[in-house]
Design a protein around this ligand. Structure first.
Ligand SMILES: [Zn+2]
Length: 236
């Protein structure tokens, strides 16, 4: 892959995209994948189907590296909070059962998300809150639970002052970078369809914020993600 991006994780949001992610990972050597049902799609959640996909991924020695995106999102849909919580918990249990880390999505649901995370911490197999955009205080709460943070191009946006504060102040081994493509392209690509190569622009920005070299920042975040998702184990 170009732009120095040599591995990517294709993350799902429902059952069909979980199946698709597994296909993409089969086709491309450098692509790993996660299966899971995003809180916007809880009506389609089927624990059996998801469990089967996880089993297949493990049995076939595919590159299944996590369960995600899972979590709570009260931004778009607010009238199904109980259902969202139920589906989130069910997927955390599945991830634990199959020794997989989780990729958490949280939007406008910080209190309820924390409550659930506290019930399941420590996450023996890892947990990361993706596209982190909360406060430094909340970030520290997550770090205390052993949860990693992941940052998108949002950190490069002018008005994202609290995200900048977080990425500047947390330990170097506690976070990684992502694109969340096709969404949230970093400056100067904001508004375009995002792609993995753009993670470099986010990295440049974060390196500047933390007053470190781009090489050091990339090597640290790359190592963090590699360890977290076990990208360096032999799967052949
Ligand atoms: Zn998300």
């Amino acid at each position: 892959m170009r732009a120095g991006v040599n591995k990517a994780i294709c993350v799902a949001w429902d059952i069909p995209s979980s199946e698709k992610a597994s296909e993409i990972a089969k086709t491309y050597e450098s692509v790993y994948y996660a299966v899971g049902v995003h809180p916007d799609n809880v009506d389609e959640y089927d624990a059996k189907k998801l469990e089967n996909l996880i089993k297949q991924g493990i049995e076939n020695k595919q590159k299944l590296v996590a369960v995600g995106e899972i979590g709570l999102d009260y931004y778009r849909i607010k009238d199904n909070k109980e259902k969202q919580k139920q589906v989130f918990i069910s997927q955390i249990k599945l991830a634990n059962k199959y020794h997989l880390p989780i990729i958490i999505h949280c939007r406008d649901a910080y209190g309820d998300t924390m409550e659930i995370l506290k019930q399941f911490a420590p996450f023996k197999f890892g947990a990361v809150m993706h596209c982190y955009s909360g406060s430094l205080e909340y970030a520290n709460e997550l770090l205390k639970l052993g949860i990693k943070l992941s940052f998108t191009g949002v950190v490069t946006y002018k008005n994202a002052t609290n995200v900048k504060e977080v990425v500047k102040n947390i330990p170097l081994d506690s976070f990684f970078l992502e694109t969340d493509c096709p969404y949230l392209a970093p400056t100067p690509h904001r508004g375009e369809r995002n792609e993995p190569a753009n993670v470099l622009d986010t990295a440049k920005y974060v390196a500047e914020l933390r007053e470190m070299t781009l090489t050091d920042l990339i090597s640290a975040t790359d190592q963090n993600a590699t360890t977290f998702f076990k990208l360096d184990i032999d799967r052949t």
